[in-house]
Ligand binder design. Structure first.
Ligand code: AMP
Length: 178
């Protein structure tokens, strides 16, 4: 199969759900992809591929759909897997970063001993939208003294221009929606 055919299969495995979780949002549902092991495996391999030579030691994945992709990407790169979560979910000593939302702020946490200087970190999430979440995750990783090698997303919503907030970083995404 050519790479174009594989990508077409991955596009077909994403379901658009209008007005979820609120009116006006077109939600990109990845659960049909998870139901097709062959297509899911291809997506994971293509997300990991650009970073095979980057000596990744930690894959940091963002709650919660990021975990579904981060775990297999970590195995593909033979790297440790680190969850970044919403406040109050991680049990041990944590680092924390706050970030601005359209209205108010939110926060992300990561276990303090999960990443340290000397680590090469790849950040994984399902969707790059405005880039606020990814930017906050990068800040948390850097606060632990680690080197960020880049980001890999399954989906980029290009029209929201999240990539611009991650300027100077390596940003890879498999599927693009203009
Ligand atoms: P942002 O911080 O705006 O880049 O939002 C990224 C986070 O929100 C990711 O963790 C995504 O899972 C989620 N997200 C944002 N927009 C969508 C969308 N249209 N469909 C599915 N998930 C989305």
């Amino acid at each position: 199969m050519t790479e174009t055919t594989v990508l077409q299969d991955i596009y077909r495995a994403i379901r658009d759900v209008p007005d979820f979780p609120k009116p006006g949002i077109l939600f990109k549902d990845i659960t049909p992809l998870l139901l097709s092991p062959g297509v899911f495996r291809s997506a994971v391999e293509l997300m990991a591929a650009p970073f095979r030579e980057s000596r990744v030691t930690r894959v940091v994945s963002i709650e919660s759909r990021g975990f579904l992709l981060g775990a297999p990407v970590a195995l593909a790169l033979e790297a440790g897997l680190v969850p970044i979560r919403k406040p109050g979910k991680l049990p041990a000593a944590r680092g924390r970063v706050e970030y601005a939302l359209e209205y108010g702020t939110d926060a992300l946490e990561m276990h303090q001993d999960a990443v340290s200087s000397g680590d090469h970190v790849l950040i994984v999430d399902d969707v790059l939208a405005t880039g606020g979440t990814a930017q906050a995750a990068a800040k948390l990783v850097r606060a632990h003294g680690a080197q960020l090698v880049g980001f890999t997303f399954l989906i980029e919503l290009d029209f929201l221009r999240g990539r611009e907030r991650l300027a100077n970083e390596r940003v890879e995404a498999l599927l693009h929606y203009a």
